[in-house]
Structure formats: C-alpha cells, structure tokens
Ligand binder design. Structure first.
Ligand code: PHE
Length: 452
C-alpha cells in the first residue's frame, strides 16, 4: 500500500506527538504519583528520567518510523537483520490494542464527569459513593466507554492530515489554553501557598528506591514510548523533520503539562481542610469533586466553570492519546491485510469495543472474575505499563543503538548531514547504554514486585 498519507507540517507532527504523550497519564496519573511519592522530590527524579531514559527511546522510535516509512511491524521487517525482530513490532501492536482497551474505560468515566460537570450535577453529597456506584453499574460506564471509542474512531478514519493532524491542531491549543486558565484560578485559591510549597520544595529525605522506580515507570507511560506509537507517527513525517529536536520538544511539552496539572490540582486540594494530597487513583474523580464543592461553596459559578473546564481538559487529553494508540493498530491492519484505511479502522474499533467492554465490566458484574487476584482491567493495565512498554523500549533502543548501521542513524538524525544536531555523541551514548540499562531496571523492579 503506497497511499499511506502524511503529515502536512512540522507543527502538525509535534502537536500530534505531544497529543499522544499528553494524556490521562499527565493530568490524572502524574499528580497521583506526585501526591503519593513526596511532591517535589518525585518531580526532580521524574525530569531526570524523562531526559535520560524516555527521550532516547523516543528518538529511537522516530528513527525507526521515519527511516522505514511503515507501521511498526513492517518497520522491523524492513530494517532488521534477523526475522525475530518482527516480534517486537507485533508486541507493540498487541500493546496498542491492550492499552486503549483499559484507557477507554477511564476516558469513559472522564466523559461522564465532563457531561455531569456541564450539567452542574457533579459529585453530590458523597463523591466517593457517587463514583463507586457509577463505575460498578453495568450499562452506563459501557455506554460512555463506547461513545469515547467512537469519538476516537471518528478522528482516525479521517486519515493523517484530515484527521489526526487537523484535530491535534485544534485540540492541543485549546488544551493549553484551558490549562493556563485553570492554573490561574487554582493559584488564586486560599490554600495555594501550601500547594506550591508541596510541589516546589524538595524533601530529599523522601527519596526511596520506590520513588525512583515509580518515576521511571511514569516517565515511560507518560511519553507513550515502547509500543511503536511515535514510530508510527514518524512514519508519516517528511525528510526535513528534525527528529532529535522534535523529540526534545515533545518531552518538554509533556513534562510542562504534567507539572502544570500539579499546579492546578494541589493548590485547590490544599485549600480544603482535611483533604489530603495522597488520595491515590480517586484524586481526580473523588477528591476533586469534593474540593470543587467545598472550596467554591460561596462562589458556585466559579466552581461550575472550574470543574467543567477541568474535565473537558482531561477529556481532550485522553482523546489525543487514544487516537495515537488506535493508529498503531489501524496502520498495521490496513497495511498488512491490504485493507482500505476506513475498513481497517472499523475493524480495530470493533475489537476495542469488545475488549473495552471486558475492562469496563471488571468494575461491575465481572469484578469477581480474576486471575491471580487481578481483573481484566488490572491485567491489561499491568501487562502494558509494566511489561510490554518497558520491554519494547529496551528492544527499540538496543535495535537502534546496536543493530542499525551507524551511518544510517547519523543520516537520519542529521537529515543527511544538512542539520547540525548538538550533543549527538551524548545522544548515541544514551541510546546505546543508558536507556536499555535504565529501562531494564524498571522492568526488573516490576518483576520482583510480582514475585513478592
Ligand atoms: N502517554 C499517554 C498518557 O500520558 C498514554 C499513552 C500510552 C499513549 C501509550 C499512547 C501510547 O496518557
């Protein structure tokens, strides 16, 4: 299939890739991890891992994608010396299927909270109870999950330029604007000084091996690396694109958004007596509605505005990420089975609907169907974030660092010598040594957790 489509501009590529990276991982998972792992210290460690670990894997993905001009499986077929490398690509496609299946569940909750916030009926008297009774219901979470997947489908079938690029260019600036407004609102709240202190003043006594390893896992998930997502996007890029520079920009945008989300959430959380920053996964769906209710009880209009914008932000972020997960699979299915993009995307969406339903029901009627104590949702989450993404990342960086011809790699990064890239030697070192060893450590950590 030659007619694969392409991005129309450099800005389009960076915004689409940043859209992939910026997601629930930044606005939902990052503040959760910061809250539980000691605030500022976690952020410092996180930034180090973004630079030393995730950035080199991202550059490697960009190189694989653009030099092959193919979906992630065919990319390894074209570039790799031995046949078995294709397995790394297939693992990526499988990861793409699994990651969106559980992601669409949380995205569905986000959609429901966006609708509720807009209708001014969020939380109620007991936000915890409201959340639990919603997620354990059978039909309504299924419905929201399905609507979310259809929204994703709607963008993906429109192709690269008319779908992914166009909507990223629309949604990402809107997302930045909402973030700025919300940071402003949150900083104006009475408890903001405590929130800011929590975010900015590192307490080095809190650095534990667990904090270090959680930060690595978070960096990986948040930057969408390891399953060929960004490689797939890069396969639609033209030869003028500065791969290393773009990867750096995507990392910078993603980190900035994650930290700004902290600046939205913690000043608000610290403004309400008795609310703790380490509430865990319920922070966004339980703690925040409570915060909105209490902190704005005197100013209901501001509360309405703040909460509606907040969930809309979360929804936009989730959507630009889910598109990229869908694209890994759609690109592969359409090119491998020689199907029209529209048909391939429809097939992929149908599979997602089935898998997504299984993940959704594991909070309700299927919650007792477990394997080793984990539901379908937990298995998908665990298998992708803890296994497929790190292992994929190790192989991707080893492949580019050790098995790709050095000249080819240099040509890709410098666009055949026409670009001056600063720190190229350092980048090579990061790709060859630091990334595989570092990611290997995250992986071993997860394995030891499994056996304890
Ligand atoms: N990076 C996305 C987030 O932060 C998640 C993601 C993972 C997207 C894997 C694509 C691929 O939410």
């Amino acid at each position: 299939m030659n007619n694969r489509g392409s991005f129309g501009s450099k800005l389009g590529v960076v915004l689409a890739s940043a859209g992939s990276a910026v997601g629930l991982g930044n606005i939902w998972r990052f503040p959760t991890e910061v809250g539980q792992n000691g605030g500022a210290v976690f952020i410092l460690v996180y930034i180090a891992f973004v630079l030393f670990l995730a950035l080199p894997v991202m550059v490697s993905e960009f190189v694989i994608g653009r030099s092959s001009g193919s979906n992630i499986v065919h990319a390894f077929q074209k570039l790799a010396p031995a046949k078995w490398w294709v397995l790394v690509g297939l693992m990526g496609v499988m990861g793409g299927f699994m990651v969106l299946s559980f992601y669409s569940v949380v995205a569905g909750w986000t959609l429901k909270y966006t609708v509720d916030a807009a209708l001014n009926r969020i939380g109620g008297a007991d936000p915890g109870q409201a959340f639990n009774s919603f997620v354990s219901d059978t039909w309504s979470p299924l419905l929201y999950m399905a609507i979310f997947l259809l929204l994703t489908h709607f963008v993906v079938i429109r192709g690269i330029r008319g779908g992914i690029e166009k909507y990223s260019k629309l949604m990402m600036p809107l997302l930045f604007l909402i973030i700025l407004i919300l940071v402003g609102c949150s900083l104006a709240m009475p408890g903001s000084a405590d929130g800011i202190r929590f975010l900015l003043k590192p307490d080095f006594g809190k650095v534990t091996p667990y904090v270090v390893l959680s930060a690595m896992g978070q960096a990986f998930f948040s930057l969408s690396v390891g399953i060929g997502c960004l490689a797939t996007y890069a396969s639609y890029c033209d030869k003028n694109m500065n791969l290393a520079g773009s990867a750096f920009n995507v990392c910078a945008i993603d980190t900035l958004v994650a930290i700004m989300s902290g600046f939205i959430i913690f000043p608000a959380v610290f403004s309400v007596e008795g609310v703790r920053p380490d509430a865990g996964a319920g922070l966004v769906f339980i703690t925040l509605p409570h915060v909105f209710g209490s902190a704005f009880s005197q100013m209901p209009l501001v509360g309405y505005f703040f909460s509606t914008l907040f969930y809309l932000l979360l929804l936009l972020a989730a959507l630009t990420s889910s598109i990229s997960m869908h694209e890994i699979c759609t690109a592969f299915v359409s090119e491998h089975y020689n199907l029209k993009r529209k048909h391939a995307a429809t097939l992929v969406t149908l599979v997602y609907l089935v898998l997504g339903a299984a993940c959704t029901l594991s909070f309700g009627p299927w919650k007792d169907y477990t394997l080793a104590g984990m539901t379908v949702f937990s298995w998908f989450d665990f298998a992708t974030a803890m296994f497929i993404m790190p292992v994929g990342g190790i192989f991707i960086s080893i492949f580019v660092g050790w098995f790709m011809e050095r000249r080819l790699l240099e040509n890709e990064l410098t666009n055949d010598g026409t670009l001056k890239v600063k720190g190229l030697k350092v980048l090579f070192f990061l790709i060859r040594w630091v990334a595989p060893v570092g990611v290997g450590m995250v992986f071993l950590n997860e394995l030891t957790k499994l056996f304890n």
